[in-house]
Write a protein that binds this ligand. Structure first.
Ligand SMILES: Cc1cc2nc3c(=O)[nH]c(=O)nc-3n(C[C@H](O)[C@H](O)[C@H](O)COP(=O)(O)OP(=O)(O)OC[C@H]3O[C@@H](n4cnc5c(N)ncnc54)[C@H](O)[C@@H]3O)c2cc1C
Length: 420
């Protein structure tokens, strides 16, 4: 008999999990409150980041901390009134970013990133979504000498440690590679292996269409109605209740709404981000991220998408447009970006865990309930790779990646003890 599962959440992570379960013979119902790929998986930078083998660490460098504290840069912002609420998570994040722990965490992160292109390729081919995906990397650009020196050193480090190629471009080479860029930069690093997607939400929708074409169901419902039955799990949806033997929480930044109410106190927080499109009609040979300024310039179906760095705030706090306004100004120093497409910028939340690794595994106190969230800055990249891992574990297959670093029980001890 076919096994059955409910997948809660239709972002890149949930849709990829649903498809991988279906590939393993499961009857799958995906429960989504809106449409697939319309939240965080819509508004991101659209990069499938093969180079992102190291997760974003909390800065330990004093100069950087001062810059952030006094809001001198644009790459990181925070909402002062939310700091007390998120401080415990940030302290833990800072602690995990210490050199020794960070090295171990990076090994766990890299083990996932290593598979991001092959796992996306498999889904892109099956979904016939090649038209949305550009092979050919992206360029990290720098406006300060220090930024460029650090960026070049990091490129050499990633090549040496992980075999990731990053081509160091001096100022003149970068200017020749991207003639549309009219601000003189100090240099760049071109990462050739990542992919870029011209409409990230559309790619998730194609993956969702693939899942439906394979017999999967997508229903509208509120995942917070999840309840435990003797035989499995049930959720109330617009079409009545749906039930299955297993359920997966893949609600991205909303995962804590459900896990908290079930007694799991994971160290979750969000880093919010913004984007806005512009009616630019120029040409870039590759998407670009200005690391010093925290601005990404991304040619997309909707126009040139300008995105921001991270804002530390509560998920549902009112938006602060400061970063996106500054990003727009900084983008105009580099490209003739034209008029804005939307009147109001987009805001979304990266779902983060204090130890920078996603949480993937069965709930320790609830049989048949699975966790799959917390992909932070790289959930669009990692959805298919961790979707496969999660599906393999649910089915009881030998996982293709050692799942130990992502196990939910890593938070069992100390003050985050589970209620058992
Ligand atoms: C500005 C920015 C740039 C980024 N750039 C990149 C990038 O270039 N590359 C990369 O890999 N990552 C990037 N990210 C991170 C990436 O977007 C996220 O990690 C990823 O989208 C998370 O996917 P998800 O499926 O976990 O969450 P989501 O995409 O948010 O999906 C969660 C889903 O759950 C649904 N949901 C929520 N609550 C309920 C409920 N109660 N009932 C039913 N459904 C519910 C939502 O509607 C949503 O569809 C970026 C993020 C931001 C903000």
């Amino acid at each position: 008999m076919a096994r059955s599962a409910l997948v809660l959440g239709g972002g890149m992570v949930g849709v990829s999990t649903a498809w991988h379960l279906q590939q393993r013979g499961y009857d799958v119902v995906l429960v989504e409150r809106g449409e697939p790929g319309r939240e965080t998986s819509y508004g991101n930078a659209g990069l499938i980041q093969r180079e992102a083998v190291e997760p974003y660490a909390f800065p330990h460098d004093f100069q950087k901390l001062v810059q952030v504290a006094f809001k001198q840069g644009n790459d990181v912002n925070y909402r002062l009134s939310d700091l007390a609420a998120i401080a415990p998570r940030l302290v833990e994040y800072w602690w995990n970013s210490g050199p020794k722990r960070y090295e171990t965490i990076t090994r766990g992160f890299e083990a996932l990133i290593r598979h991001c292109l092959t796992e996306h390729d498999r889904m892109i081919d099956a979904a016939g979504a090649g038209d949305l995906v550009r092979h050919g990397g992206w360029t990290q650009i720098f406006r300060t000498e220090k930024g460029f020196a650090d960026g070049a050193a990091r490129a050499r480090h990633l090549a040496r440690e992980f075999g990731v190629e990053g081509r160091i471009l001096d100022s003149a080479t970068l200017a020749r590679a991207e003639p549309a860029l009219y601000r003189k930069m100090t240099g760049g690093v071109y990462w050739p292996s990542p992919y870029s997607v011209k409409d990230p939400g559309a790619l998730v929708q194609r993956y969702a269409d693939l899942f439906v074409a394979g017999g999967g169901k997508i229903v509208h419902g509120d995942a917070r109605t999840l309840a435990h039955l003797a035989s499995g799990w049930t959720v109330r949806t617009a079409d009545g209740s749906v039930s299955a033997e297993q359920a997966v929480i893949a609600l991205g930044p909303w995962s804590s709404d459900l896990t908290r109410s079930m007694g799991y106190k994971f160290p979750l927080f969000v880093k919010r981000g913004y984007h806005r499109h512009f009616k630019w009609n120029g040409h870039l040979n590759a998407p670009m991220i200005d690391t010093d300024a925290g601005v990404a310039l991304l040619p997309m179906a909707q126009g040139l998408r300008v995105t921001t760095g991270a804002e530390f705030a509560l998920r549902d706090a009112p938006p602060s447009w400061k970063q996106i306004i500054r990003s727009e100004k900084l983008a105009r120093e580099m490209l003739d970006i034209g008029e804005a497409v939307e009147t109001t910028p987009w805001i979304g939340s990266r779902p983060c865990v204090a130890d920078m690794l996603p949480i993937i595994g069965e709930a320790p106190a609830h049989t048949g309930l699975w966790f799959h969230f917390g992909h932070a800055h790289q959930g669009f990249t990692l959805g298919p790779a961790t979707g496969r891992l999660c599906a393999e574990m649910m089915k009881g297959e030998t996982p293709y990646i050692d799942p130990l670093p992502y196990r939910p029980t890593r938070f069992r001890f100390g003050r985050r003890a589970f209620p058992f």
